[in-house]
Design a protein around this ligand. Sequence first.
Ligand code: SF4
Length: 391
Amino acid sequence: MDTSSRAASSVPALFVYIPYCASICAYCDFNVYARRDAEFDAYTRAVTREIEMVAQTLPARPRAKTLSLGGGTPSILSAAQIESIARTVAAHFEFDAGAEWMLEVNPGTVDFEKLRALRALGFNRLSLGVQTFDDARLRQFNRAHTVADAYAAFAWARRAGFENINLDLIYGLPEQTLDEWRATLKRALAFQAEHLALYGLQIEERTVLKKRIDAGRVPLPDVDLAAQMYEEAVALAHAAGYEHYEISNWAKPGFASQHNKTYWLNEPYLGFGAGAHSSWQGERYENIRSPREYIKRMETGAAVISAREPITRAAEISETMFLGLRLGEGIAWARFQERFGEDARVLFREPIARLTDWQMLQVDDTRMRLTEQGMLISNQLLWRFLLDESK
Ligand code: SF4
């Protein structure tokens, strides 16, 4: 089996994971920790050390495509801690002018001064975790902010010079009505943000929400209603001039997230921090998840990678299909041919024929893409593009 990566680009996107939050949301199953403020300085030192060490393994002044600070809640760090990370990245990697530098922000963790400092550091895109415009729901899900915090953070971000802002919203909540969601969308659209990320709630194991549902204290969300909410989002965002460029993401023309497109195009990225994943030079690897253990190992010079596996050709092709079909632009035949030396129309003849027949897939001379209906039930469709390891 050929295990060499044929990724279209050898310039990685950079991702720095901050595993801390002010409180843990009831639906969240990420690798996140609350009330660890005393660790922030040590974690910042550890992650900057990892960035330096990885950069030293690369050719001098390696190029990078984009930078994203995600989590968790990166904005929970102080401006000085974020500055230390950003300056380390800038000292070791070369970016094109205007390259996307994004940061996830939770309302309630920023003020105008902090946002102005972040903009001055070179961050040019913010992703604001608004989720809903209902304070009772924010409390219900243990979100650490109010609706007023979201409005204030957005206004400060604009004043600080951010011209590329995403709003994260969540739908399919227990007992949420279609009218409530419609009102949420209308309030979100009134922000005139450049980008909207609209996520359907997933009930994950080992979350407070799952326990509440299992105990009968909260009803299971209605999946049919969630599908209607998605359709409503598609219609309203389209009418407001947003392009539906990925299953859960809408952007004003020119504002699709360049960093996130790296993942959807299955191109290489380097992740730093506790539990961060990397996909680089034909391998996929993951750091240890515990921030305390991560800090300890970085302080003593011990390895932080906990798992490593080669990316087989079959896995790379399958993932390129799963991820690429999430995009509105779909999979371009020529790009696939150039990357893998094969014709996707031949390799996936059977699923293409079947899904086209079901009107879940549209095919033309240049590409294939899911229809809006196909996007809605993509989880039930994309497994058909799983390639056998023997192929
Ligand atoms: S803010 Fe985000 S990462 Fe943190 S607990 Fe809530 S959902 Fe999870």
